[in-house]
Each structure stands twice: as structure tokens, then as C-alpha cells.
Design a protein. Structure first.
Length: 202
């Protein structure tokens, strides 16, 4: 019984030592900043065990207000508004592959108007829903071709106009990212082909 009591005392002492003097243990987060009533509030820096780091405003112990999150790869960053540890409002997400999204957020996802740009020169400016293009938007491709119209679940769906660099146009309906339904193809010399299209063919 005495040995068990001695063991428990030693175990508690060791745990206390690690808790008080080794705050960077893998299972812990570290916070440096302002507190209010013992809770993180104001400006601060929170470093996560997985390597992410948040610098910005806190309220009620969570990221609330303006802040910057740098992710573990040290390249991916988000700068913008936060509410209860989630991206919300306006913000900019820089991806590790060079892509960049600037726009509205809700519940940690792109929702509402926003712009996505790639290093290759592609640009989408329009509506988003849960990180996908949905609603009305304009797409400029790196080769100069363009699409303006409706989107659903990240693909062209509904009515839209596609323009080629040689001046030719297709104006009509789309389904599953291809011309489907009533549409008109306008050639570079002005001639038109109108009618029903299926999977991009007349």
C-alpha cells in the first residue's frame, strides 16, 4: 500500500513537471497574448501541435475578428475575418500551388461572391457555394477563351456564352459542362447555326 502511494506521488510530480515546464509537448497548443477573466481575449498568437499558427484577435477563447492563419506547410495562408474559430466574412486564401481566392466566406468555406486566380492566368469571378462555383460567374482561361453564365456544382450548367480567341461564340444552354439544349454558334464571319445541341455537338 505504501509503495502504491509512493508511486502515485511520483507520477503526479512528474506530470506536474511536464505540464509546467514543457508546454511544447506534441499534444498541446501554445498561446501568447492577452487574456480576460482567464480566457483568451484580445490580440494573441496561437500555435498548434500540427504546425499551424494563428495570429490575430480572440474573444471568448476563440479566434474572433481579424486574423492570419499560417498552415503547417508555411506557404498556405488565410488572412481575413474569423468567428468562433471559423473563416467567415471577407478573406484571402493563398494556396501552396500558387492559386489565390479573394472573397466571401461562411462556415470555413468560400460562399458568396469571390475571385479565384491561378499562376497560369486563369481567373474566375463570380458566385461560390461551399467551395464550388455556383450561380453566375465569369471564367477567363489561360489561352484567352472565356465563359460567362450559370454554374452548378463547379461546372457550367444553365445558360451561358462561350467565346473563342478567334471571335467565334456559342450562346445557349449547358448541361454537365457541355453545350446541351437550345443554342446558337456564331462563326467568325457572322454566320449562325441555331438549334438543339447535345454534348457539345450540333
Amino acid at each position: 500500500m505504501r509503495m502504491r502511494t509512493l508511486f502515485d506521488s511520483i507520477r503526479k510530480a512528474v506530470l506536474s513537471l511536464f505540464k509546467n515546464h514543457f508546454p511544447l509537448s506534441p499534444a498541446r497548443e501554445t498561446y501568447v497574448g492577452e487574456y480576460k477573466d482567464g480566457v483568451r481575449s484580445g490580440q494573441g498568437t496561437l500555435s498548434f501541435a500540427i504546425g499551424n499558427k494563428y495570429v490575430g484577435e480572440f474573444r471568448d477563447g476563440k479566434a474572433n475578428g481579424q486574423g492570419k492563419m499560417t498552415y503547417a506547410d508555411r506557404v498556405t495562408t488565410f488572412v481575413g475575418e474569423w468567428k468562433d474559430d471559423k473563416k467567415i466574412g471577407t478573406g484571402t486564401l493563398q494556396f501552396s500551388n500558387g492559386n489565390r481566392y479573394v472573397g466571401k466566406w461562411d462556415n470555413n468555406r468560400a460562399n458568396g461572391p469571390g475571385v479565384m486566380m491561378t499562376p497560369q492566368g486563369a481567373r474566375y469571378d463570380g458566385s461560390w457555394k461551399d467551395d464550388k462555383r455556383e450561380g453566375v460567374g465569369y471564367l477567363l482561361l489561360p489561352n484567352g477563351e472565356q465563359y460567362a453564365g450559370q454554374w452548378k456544382d463547379n461546372i457550367r450548367q444553365g445558360y451561358g456564352v462561350y467565346g473563342w480567341t478567334n471571335g467565334a461564340l456559342y450562346a445557349g444552354y449547358w448541361d454537365k459542362d457541355k453545350a446541351n439544349g437550345l443554342g446558337t454558334y456564331i462563326m467568325t464571319d457572322g454566320r449562325k447555326i441555331s438549334g438543339l445541341w447535345k454534348d457539345g455537338c450540333f
